[in-house]
Ligand binder design. Structure first.
Ligand code: HEC
Length: 120
């Protein structure tokens, strides 16, 4: 019986973290703008190309949530010249995205849709 309680407790902890992601807060893309533009390459790839590579925000959120491994990055996969700069983006991921991966993915797609950086 005790074991069963433990399993239920673990399952509910897992569910809480899913719920937290579903309630992801607004995300400000202002800091991303230092290296990204919407339709041209800057330090990093154009976000229009990021949107094209991922297709929808859930896919990008999934890659963010699973740890944003370089092997899972679709822009790097589509054009290996970005691979040499992946470390730079890993630092930004840890600092700015990891705590709100769904908010970040949503904001990136909204930025491209609306044509401007900001809070989404
Ligand atoms: C210091 C510069 C810098 C900043 C700031 C920055 N990025 Fe990047 N980003 C890069 C570089 C360089 C790449 C290309 C390397 C790569 O894709 O890993 C990149 C690639 C990406 C990719 C594509 C990953 C792939 O390869 O599939 C996404 C998504 C992304 N950035 C999102 C963001 C978001 C969201 C922010 C703001 C929270 C941000 N970036 C801030 C430099 C930056």
């Amino acid at each position: 019986m005790k074991k069963l309680f433990l399993v239920a407790a673990i399952a509910s902890v897992g569910m809480t973290s899913v719920a937290t992601y579903a309630n992801a807060g607004e995300f400000n893309t202002k800091k991303c703008k230092a290296c990204h533009a919407i339709d041209k390459k800057k330090v990093g790839p154009a976000w229009k190309d990021v949107v094209a590579a991922y297709g929808d925000e859930a896919t990008l959120a999934g890659v963010f949530k699973s740890g944003f491994a370089v092997a899972d990055r679709k822009v790097v996969a589509a054009n290996s010249k970005w691979k040499g700069k992946a470390g730079m983006m890993t630092g930004q991921y840890k600092k700015l995205i990891k705590k709100n991966p769904e908010g970040a993915a949503h904001a990136l797609f909204e930025t491209v849709k609306n044509g401007k950086f900001g809070k989404y």
